[in-house]
Design a protein. Structure first.
Length: 170
């Protein structure tokens, strides 16, 4: 796999998020991170959560989240093995600040399994409200598929792919 910034990287295009919406999503993620920290689910550092092909996980994100992640990565989308998140390098996430909600909430810890969907649904509803408040077309789909396409949001009439049915990873 190539490292972020290699010559094989793609560059995401599309309209930049406003400073207001960027800050509001950053604040929302900070609240989610604090809530997760309060529960302290166990992370085994196995990398399973990001290895979608091997574990048959699917990570969904809204178009706003995907665009935020791209911008936090400097609009550079590294090349990656098929199906892998381009920011999954040597078993570690290279996009900690920009990673979407599903990444922030997914842990292998079975004691966290009952809590995670409730936190996800509430935070996802807040992200949907952000889309609406800032008049950003709502879309919901595969995070990896979108970023690896090097999506041009303007060409798709929104900030991401068509709506998908599920939330989070798995
Ligand atoms: S952005 Fe998410 S899926 Fe990608 S490497 Fe980071 S935690 Fe894993």
């Amino acid at each position: 796999m190539s490292a972020p910034g290699d010559d094989t990287s793609q560059h995401a295009t599309g309209d930049a998020l406003s400073a207001d919406v960027t800050q509001e999503l950053a604040d929302l993620y900070a609240r989610v991170d604090a809530e997760v920290a309060g529960h302290a689910p166990r992370c085994e550092m196995s990398g399973r959560c990001c290895d979608f092909p091997r574990n048959e996980h699917r990570l969904y994100a809204t178009g706003l989240e995907t665009r935020y992640a791209q911008e936090r990565a400097g609009l550079v989308v590294p090349e990656a093995d098929s199906g892998l998140c381009p920011w999954h390098v040597d078993g570690l996430c290279q996009l900690r600040d920009g990673r979407p909600l599903g990444c922030r909430l997914y842990f292998c810890d079975p004691d966290w399994a009952d809590t995670m969907p409730r936190v996800y649904e509430r935070a996802h509803a807040e992200i949907l409200a952000l889309h609406q408040r800032h008049d950003i077309a709502y879309s919901y789909g595969s995070f990896v598929h979108t970023v690896r396409e090097g999506v041009d949001a303007a060409q798709r009439g929104g900030l991401g792919p068509a709506a998908g049915p599920n939330g989070g990873q798995a």
